[in-house]
Design a protein around this ligand. Sequence first.
Ligand SMILES: Nc1ncnc2c1ncn2[C@@H]1O[C@H](COP(=O)(O)OP(=O)(O)OP(=O)(O)O)[C@@H](O)[C@H]1O
Ligand SMILES: [Mg+2]
Length: 261
Amino acid sequence: MENNSDDLLEHLMVNVDDTPETNPKFHVHKLMNVSETTGDLILRGLCVDIPKGLIIGVIGPSGSGKSTFLRALNRLWEPPSGTVFLDGKDICDLDVLSLRRKVGMLFQLPVLFEGTVADNVRYGPKLRGKKLTDLEVVALLNLADLDSSFAEKNGGELSVGQAQRVALARTLANDPEVLLLDEPTSALDPISTQNIEDVIVKLKTNRDLTTIIVSHSVKQIQRIADLVCLLVDGEIVEVLKPNNLSQAKHPMALRFLELSS
Ligand SMILES: Nc1ncnc2c1ncn2[C@@H]1O[C@H](COP(=O)(O)OP(=O)(O)OP(=O)(O)O)[C@@H](O)[C@H]1O
Ligand SMILES: [Mg+2]
């Protein structure tokens, strides 16, 4: 599918009220990524506007470029300049560490640093010369649905679901404006999954956080997302409300939805 006319892209720039999005949190314009090893196009001029303060689900077939797209948004993969804008500023012009504080990321499997849970939560602020108090650590743990008894536990003694919530608390310690979540619950049991989903929804309500979550579970996206982006073959081909997914028009998107329902 060719996206060479801005007119064709208008359907990717809607918000929940169906009015044009004037101040998106992220504006992504014609984002391309060519594989360094094979020369294949991984992202093919991806265009989308991400509204502020919402949960945006990203779904699509394996290998379609979802993780690559997410990594471009905090420069874990360096996008070409002039393609990704945060609050109207080209992210390539921002200091990369302050960008990553503003735009935190969680992966499928949490990786905790050596030491206690509290050490992990204190990590980001410490890099900036700020020592979190015990109370501040506990408040962050509570935000991630963990109680104060976790603070002095060692990272190694936690379940994957608990470790994922510690990773979330550690990310929240940087006071991010955006959370990028790459299949954050795919290794978790249903209860841990529900805990994380509840936290994501609460962060939207209480802190106005913008969340972009990649998931293989269409049902999960329908539970928590305000908008769903369908990513097929390196392009966002549809942006729909979660209860309108069956209205997708792109044949591959329809096929993907049929198979995953
Ligand atoms: N470091 C890399 N070097 C070369 N090619 C890569 C690299 N990372 C990803 N790719 C290729 O880019 C394409 C998109 O990969 P990506 O991981 O973004 O897909 P995805 O949609 O997240 O898939 P999944 O649902 O399986 O996680 C794939 O064809 C993959 O082989
Ligand atoms: Mg992926």
